[in-house]
Design a protein around this ligand. Structure first.
Ligand code: FAD
Length: 345
């Protein structure tokens, strides 16, 4: 039977470094142990946790936190001349998955290097960076439906992926993801679809990069650009980039020359939230130990002893200001864990 600890600090288990407690905490090493564990704790709320790099705890969690510590190795399911189909255990650190594939020359996830978190969490918000997202290569997710106890293989279409979105994010706690299937491309040249990445490679004199060049460039850019949670608590981008209609964009572009924009399909335009927040003067703002990173307006930080509420209050002030200035409602990308009684079930 899985050991369950009581009243355990989660400070080292969330990258904001928030000093909250879990009423109960268990580590899951085998997916088969999940349902017996849940059946013992039907009376309390449950929260799955990978590496805690995309959550903001507002208070102690008065339920059971289940840490994904699933064991296993990457498996080759099928290999053809031009593509390889692999299965990835959910407990692997995502960056180790990227490393493993890049070392073998399998193209597909090299731009997703250095994103913190577990492989099993990657589909939750369809992780993405530098012009790619997980859904580009994911073919299926193996999940346990916690309502029925059924082990299911959901195809990519069934996962309902969107921009930093999925079925799993819309129904948190319903499905526990324990295995992914990815289709990658041995020997294929990488597609560099992101201007900053292209410029970085050009500056290095690399005009025809291979996947190792792209991987290295992404790692170097991220290390230079993003605060390391081991030094300053943060959860990466706090907000999603908003998508607006053409008319709204045109009005803003007139008022704010130089407003960056990316086509998002159907005459809709994606605007970088970081630009809006920076332009509104929030970059480097600090109140107590809660702040906006001085180099990255999209990243909220905990300088040491901020509470989740203080960071959340700051996020709300930024959201209200951005709405007043630009008529845009920002949406947090980070999952806010507020009242244990309302979590999951
Ligand atoms: C410095 C930094 C940079 C980042 N950069 C990026 C980036 O470039 N792109 C990007 O997309 N994200 C980025 N992130 C966010 C984060 O790394 C990803 O969202 C990552 O996938 C979270 O993984 P995790 O294991 O830490 O999730 P956690 O924070 O532990 O959990 C996140 C959510 O997923 C749920 N969950 C966890 N495990 C499971 C499971 N097995 N089944 C079902 N639900 C589960 C949790 O309940 C929670 O709601 C960054 C974060 C940081 C700190």
């Amino acid at each position: 039977m899985i050991e369950v600890k009581e009243n355990i600090s989660l400070k080292a288990l969330n990258t904001f470094g928030l000093d909250v407690k879990a009423r109960y905490l268990a580590s899951l090493h085998q997916a088969d142990d999940l349902m017996p564990l849940l059946n013992r704790f039907r009376h309390v709320p449950v929260l799955f946790l990978g590496e805690g790099s995309n959550v903001l705890f507002l208070e102690d969690f008065e339920g059971l936190v289940i840490l994904n510590r699933l064991e296993g190795e990457i498996e080759i399911l099928d290999q053809q001349e031009e593509s390889i189909h692999i299965a990835v255990p959910g407990g692997m650190h995502w960056h180790d998955v990227v490393n493993h594939t890049v070392e073998r020359g399998w193209q597909g996830i090299e731009t997703l290097a250095l994103i913190p978190g577990k492989a099993g969490t990657a589909p939750f918000q369809n992780i993405g960076a530098y012009g790619s997202e997980l859904a580009d290569v994911l073919t299926a997710c193996h999940v346990i439906d916690t309502e029925t106890g059924q082990n299911m293989r959901l195809t990519k279409d069934q996962c309902g992926f969107g921009y930093r979105d999925s079925l799993f994010k819309r129904r948190p706690g319903r499905y526990f993801i324990h295995r992914l299937e990815l289709r990658l491309f041995p020997g294929r040249a990488p597609q560099v679809r992101y201007r900053a990445l292209e410029n970085y490679l050009n500056d290095q004199g690399i005009t025809r990069p291979d996947i190792k060049d792209v991987f290295r460039a992404v790692v170097e850019i991220r290390r230079a650009k993003l605060p390391d949670p081991a030094v300053t608590g943060n959860a990466g981008s706090f907000f999603k980039n908003p998508v607006v209609g053409r008319e709204h964009y045109d009005r803003l572009a007139q008022a704010y020359p130089g407003l960056p924009a990316y086509p998002a399909g159907n005459d809709r335009i994606k605007i970088p939230a970081g630009w809006l927040i920076d332009r509104a003067g929030w970059k480097g703002f600090r109140e107590g130990d809660a702040g906006v990173h001085p180099k990255q307006a999209l990243v909220l930080v905990n300088y040491g002893n901020a509470t989740g509420f203080q960071i959340y209050k700051l996020a709300q002030r930024i959201m209200a200001d951005v709405f007043d200035r630009y008529g845009i409602s920002l949406e947090p990308e980070v999952r806010i864990i507020r009242n244990a009684a309302k979590q999951n079930r």
